[in-house]
Write a protein that binds this ligand. Structure first.
Ligand SMILES: Nc1ncnc2c1ncn2[C@@H]1O[C@H](COP(=O)(O)OP(=O)(O)OP(=O)(O)O)[C@@H](O)[C@H]1O
Ligand SMILES: [Mg+2]
Length: 362
């Protein structure tokens, strides 16, 4: 296991960087094509395959990784957006999927852990639906203490939560099994089909994130599982920068292709961008440009890395919004990330995800 872990970790960083370049280049190309160009489908195929390769790397990491969670400020809507193609591939054609469009569902959680929770719940919903056509809905809602289900009020602290629900229109959980489904190794799937570890794992991960995983008592149909995570307070109101100011973003990325693509993607979204190839250059640029609104940085860079850079800039300007991106953060980096109040975006990412993550920050 340790060998697999080391191998996965070593590969993940490099592969995710390369995949990031492939994804971003293909996206930039497809944005320039006329809508009915026949190359669009081919580019879509490239994007899809690169995303699947990224998902495979994440699985390998999840499988081999020790279970220490590294929470950071996380936008659940953005996370679900990133998972969309992976989830659709998981479900096949006969099961429809609806996702929330809501932005700004901010929680403090480990993105990879939450991905696994969602994957487990969606896989269960898919299996419950079986071969007939069906539908799975994932929703997000901010839930005040008063709106919690009555049976949960006795054990859930009274506060605001973000509720992420996965519901399906399958046969539901029979009442006599309700008490057992969270038990390790409890499964109704045939031998070799289920391990019975999906829900206990999800439950454990949610608990570790300070949240709760509940099975809805009386769903309208099928089954509905809800993850409640403590909601972060809404972002403080921004200062008015005047109508013409384009927010200036400082971008540090050592990989040239990724840097160029990210810069162009952000510029297309209306940001002004200073792009530099490392931590030292970023620090110097920050000193010269007090109007920088946010830092977007790769974690692993030669010299001053993204975490050290974030710390230094925050020492000069506490509260500076920071978005860190990385293909793989090793144990040391993950430990350091824990103490930093930053948003984290795993590589490879879509440019749309980069913009979405940044939008919730600046
Ligand atoms: N959406 C659902 N609808 C109906 N029953 C469900 C649903 N989700 C879970 N269950 C029941 O709970 C049991 C335990 O789920 P759990 O995810 O822990 O294990 P599993 O899915 O059987 O195995 P694995 O997750 O390893 O594939 C399932 O076997 C199933 O009987
Ligand atoms: Mg399961």
């Amino acid at each position: 296991m340790q060998g697999v872990g080391l191998l996965a970790a070593g590969l993940a960083h490099d592969l995710n960087t390369m995949l990031g370049g492939i994804l971003a280049t293909a996206e930039l190309m497809s944005a320039r094509l006329p809508p009915d160009d026949e190359l669009a489908a081919d580019l879509g195929e490239i994007i899809g395959q690169a995303e699947r390769a990224g998902a495979l790397i994440r699985k390998l990491l999840a499988f081999s990784r020790q279970e220490t969670l590294h929470p950071c400020r996380l936008d659940l809507a953005a996370l679900l957006g990133r998972m969309e193609s992976m989830l659709r591939a998981l479900l096949g054609r006969h099961i429809g999927l609806s996702l929330p469009s809501r932005r700004g569902a901010l929680v403090e959680a480990d993105p990879q852990a939450l991905e696994r929770v969602v994957m487990n719940l969606v896989t269960n919903a898919r299996d419950a639906i079986g071969a007939r056509p069906g539908h799975i809905a994932i929703t997000l809602a901010r839930t005040a203490a008063d709106d919690l289900p009555p049976e949960a009020r006795s054990f859930m602290p009274s506060r605001d939560y973000v509720a992420l629900s996965v519901s399906d229109d399958g046969p539901g959980v029979p009442p006599e099994l309700r008490a057992r489904i969270f038990e390790p190794y409890f499964t109704t799937k045939g031998e070799g089909a289920g391990t019975g570890l999906g829900l206990p794992t999800a439950y454990g991960l949610v608990k570790q994130s300070g949240g709760f995983l509940l099975l809805d008592d009386a769903p309208r149909r099928g089954a509905c599982f809800t993850v409640y995570l403590p909601a972060l307070p809404p972002e403080p109101a921004r200062e008015d920068q005047g109508p013409v100011a384009r927010p200036l973003i400082l971008l540090a990325e050592d990989e040239e292709l990724l840097r160029t693509c990210a810069r162009r993607g952000l510029e297309q979204a209306g940001y002004a961008v200073i792009a530099v190839e490392g931590g030292e250059a970023a620090e110097a640029a920050f000193a010269r440009h007090p109007e920088v609104r946010a830092l977007v940085s790769d974690v692993r860079m030669p010299g001053l890395d993204g975490i050290a850079l974030a710390r230094r800039l925050r020492a000069r300007r506490p509260g500076l919004p920071v978005l860190l991106v990385s293909g793989y953060a090793d144990a040391g980096a993950r430990e350091a990330l824990e103490g930093l109040d930053v948003t984290f975006l795993p590589k490879p990412y879509r440019l749309a995800d980069l913009r979405r993550s940044l939008e919730s920050l600046v």
